[in-house]
Design a binder for this molecule. Structure first.
Ligand SMILES: [Zn+2]
Length: 594
């Protein structure tokens, strides 16, 4: 349902070269060769599969038509270490790839665009699932499951819908050695899979509203540029499908779901979003209207569609003949009531959200995972153990460390204790930072003597991010600090997004402001052709300006009509497009986008 596979052609953030890991570990020390836990970094790209990696690299490259400057990065990657060697402000694509691989969020397979979700990223997905399920159950939505395959006849029943998806449907044509009589589509979304059933299930207005949701995978075999999480051939999502008696009731639900989607981003992932409605040009194929939340990637100044909730109107109900008798119609005794087509909604939230989170919060040291979705929230690293430390002293310290761990676990903190031998604390710190663990606790003899643990926040580098909490208070102090980190991550991202949402009313400022890594709020006529013209003209003009070198030709498209409008237009305000000349209807958010 989310249209994120259909239209945009990504020209940046194209992944080309999964690095073959070279497990040099600069910060590691005196590990003996026989030590099975020696710091051959448990890094992402596996050493044991060089062939696969090579093949993958080739495939990714072929698919991505990689450009020379991206290929040259390979040299950097192949002499790689466990730390991130590219700056976020440098080649974002290279940075992103290193962060997700070395941070063990995801790995590649031998099929381009199909990825392995490692436990750290899948856990985030589980948090999202739990959060959203709790909310939709309160709305009366029930979870269910429909088949992966859709018959061609069913898929073709809504014309606009199939047109929107035709280019990216994967088909099954053979079973074993037998050619199928009728090919089967692998679902790109399930409207057409579900609505024949809805026609059967909905017999009377008493069967309404019908609210079903499924958590599943879908396949969209379209893109040229695969980007892990953001744009993949197979991805995970939930798709909700509901039927209502009236447009009003359906419309109310569309917005309620959009609020829940915004809450997942803002309350769990600490990522700010802007709520709005898509223009006709950008709405879901077959929808009456599409509401959306739009995120922002500051590093490149681009918008990104975060999730969408659609009112499908009665289009599908007409194609699938989903009707009830009008319960409100006054009729003579014995007469038949008129049939009404139901009003339907569909809404989807995908694993793309994890990629957005990584792009927004990650830094030059790796992942930064918000505490509420972190698989590991706190890592305890013992400190101050030297050659002079006696066995008894060490044991005493470890005893106290174990107690700290137990206390935190009892307080529902997800905590890991790093007692690996043969690594310096500095090496361990760097590794947990790479994985984005929100809070590190250091505990050594000095801390023990003072009755405190030393805290080090992942989101604030160096001394500024350090503090202490009395050991006696950790059961409340640590959860409180985690919540502070969560809140601060959101606040920083929100401020950055707000600063990069610029109101522009004159065309001469449009492209320069766009090139300064902003999204724009502009007066617009809401005309589709005008929108296309803006996209074309902002692309052509940007070649002379200072833009992202990897995507010099990309124009700005409409991201949404924000629900919260900046304010009234001045009298007689025209559309920003000088070739248009029509009256401005709304402030519309335009930007380059993923
Ligand atoms: Zn216009």
């Amino acid at each position: 349902m989310a249209t994120e596979g259909t239209e945009a052609k990504i020209e940046a953030l194209v992944l080309t070269d999964p690095p073959a890991a070279n497990d040099a570990t600069p910060a590691a020390t005196e590990a003996t060769p026989s030590d099975p836990t020696a710091p051959v970094a448990p890094s992402a790209a596996s050493k044991s599969k060089p062939k696969k990696q090579d093949k993958e690299r080739k495939d990714q490259k072929a698919g991505a038509k990689s450009k020379p400057q991206q290929q040259s990065k390979k040299t950097d990657s192949s002499t790689d270490t466990k730390s991130i060697t590219e700056k976020k402000s440098g080649d974002l694509s290279e940075w992103y790839q290193q962060v997700i691989l070395k941070g063990e969020m995801l790995d590649f397979t031998d099929i381009p665009g199909c990825y392995i979700y490692q436990p750290a990223s899948y856990r985030i997905w589980e948090f999202i699932t739990e959060f959203f399920n709790a909310r939709i159950r309160k709305m009366g939505v029930k979870n269910c499951y429909f088949p992966l395959f859709i018959s061609e006849a069913n898929l073709q029943r809504e014309k606009d819908h199939i047109e929107g998806f035709a280019a990216e449907v994967a088909w099954v044509t053979e079973g074993g050695k037998t050619k199928l009589e009728k090919r089967l589509a692998v679902r790109p979304t399930s409207e057409t899979a579900m609505y024949s059933f809805y026609a059967k299930k909905i017999r009377s207005h008493r069967d309404l509203p019908l609210k079903m949701n499924q958590w599943n995978n879908v396949v969209r075999w379209e893109f040229k540029h695969a980007v892990p999480f953001l744009r993949s051939r197979e991805f995970l999502w939930q798709e909700g499908h509901t039927a209502h008696l009236t447009e009003e009731e359906a419309g109310k639900e569309v917005l309620e779901i959009l609020d829940h989607y915004a809450a997942i981003y803002e309350e769990l992932l600490a990522v700010p979003v802007v709520k709005g409605v898509k223009t006709k040009n950008e709405q879901f194929p077959g929808a009456h209207y599409t509401t959306t939340i739009e995120g922002f990637i500051p590093a490149v100044g681009r918008g990104i569609q975060a999730a969408t909730s659609h009112c499908l109107g009665q289009h599908f109900a007409k194609m699938f003949d989903i009707t009830v008798e009008d319960p409100n119609q006054q009729i003579e005794a014995g007469a038949k009531r008129d049939k009404l087509h139901v009003w339907q909604n569909s809404w989807g939230f995908t694993t793309r959200s994890i990629g957005v989170m990584i792009l927004v919060h990650g830094d030059d040291r790796g992942l930064v995972v918000p505490p509420r979705v972190a698989e590991i929230q706190v890592v305890i690293v013992p400190a101050g153990i030297t050659a002079k430390t006696t066995e008894a002293e060490r044991e005493q310290l470890y005893d106290e460390v174990y107690k700290i761990k137990q206390t935190l676990e009892a307080a529902d903190v997800r905590v890991e204790l790093d007692l690996r031998e043969g690594y310096t604390p500095a090496f361990k710190w760097a590794e947990w930072e790479l994985k984005g663990v929100p809070l590190r606790l250091e505990f050594g003899p000095k801390d023990a003597a003072n009755g405190v643990v030393t805290t080090a926040r992942r989101d604030i580098e160096g001394r500024d991010g350090k503090g202490t909490i009395p050991v006696a208070d950790i059961a409340t102090g640590v959860p409180a600090l985690l919540e502070t980190i969560q809140a601060d991550l959101f606040k920083r991202a929100e401020k950055e997004y707000a600063e990069h949402r610029k109101e522009v009313t004159e065309w001469k400022d449009f492209v320069p402001t766009l090139n300064a890594k902003n999204v724009l709020l502009v007066p617009h006529c809401l005309g589709g052709e005008c929108e296309d013209e803006i996209k074309k003209d902002s692309a052509a003009n940007s070649e002379s300006g200072e833009v992202d070198a990897r995507a010099p030709s990309m124009g700005a498209k409409s991201l949404c009509i924000p629900a919260e409008q900046p304010g009234a237009f001045k009298e007689g305000q025209l559309c920003i497009n000088p070739k248009c000349g029509k009256k401005a209807e709304k402030w519309v958010m335009f930007g380059r986008s993923y």
